[in-house]
Design a protein around this ligand. Structure first.
Ligand SMILES: [Zn+2]
Length: 136
């Protein structure tokens, strides 16, 4: 038993491990797998496997510098997508009580109370006034 444990310890020593890109690849795998099941596209079958193999290969890689660079690129691409997804979630959660609008000057996102009509808003970020029309 100790021999197996030592072999595993030796094998995993110095491996890169799990990072944010690993979780992103797993999420992509789940999405592709569900699409494959729902749409029955043969081309997705092989692509799902490639994504999973690539995710596992990255965790077992010993080239930490290259994997770190890949993760940085992934985080740079994923950041704006994640922000939009969070905003979508918040808009859905607050759909009865609030409206989200962009500031016309600095493009900051403002959460406004859901009151119909024309309103003058002062942006808390740039402190400039602008008008907002809320229909419903
Ligand atoms: Zn502003």
């Amino acid at each position: 038993m100790n021999s197996l444990r030592n072999k595993l310890r030796t094998f995993f020593y110095g491996r890169y491990g799990i990072d944010q890109m690993y979780y992103g690849l797993l999420g992509l795998y789940v999405i592709l797998f569900l699409l494959q099941v729902l749409l029955d596209w043969e081309i997705l079958h092989g692509f799902c496997g490639l994504v999973l193999v690539y995710a596992l290969w990255r965790t077992l890689s010993k080239n930490h510098a290259a994997r770190r660079r890949e993760n940085q690129v992934f985080l740079k691409l994923w950041g704006p997508v994640k922000t939009e997804l969070i905003l979508l979630r918040d808009r859905f959660r607050d759909r009865k009580n609030a409206r989200y609008r962009h500031c016309k000057h600095c493009h900051a996102i403002l959460k406004l109370p859901n009151k119909r009509g024309n309103h003058t808003v002062i942006c808390p970020k740039c402190h400039k006034r602008f008008s907002v029309h809320i229909l419903f």
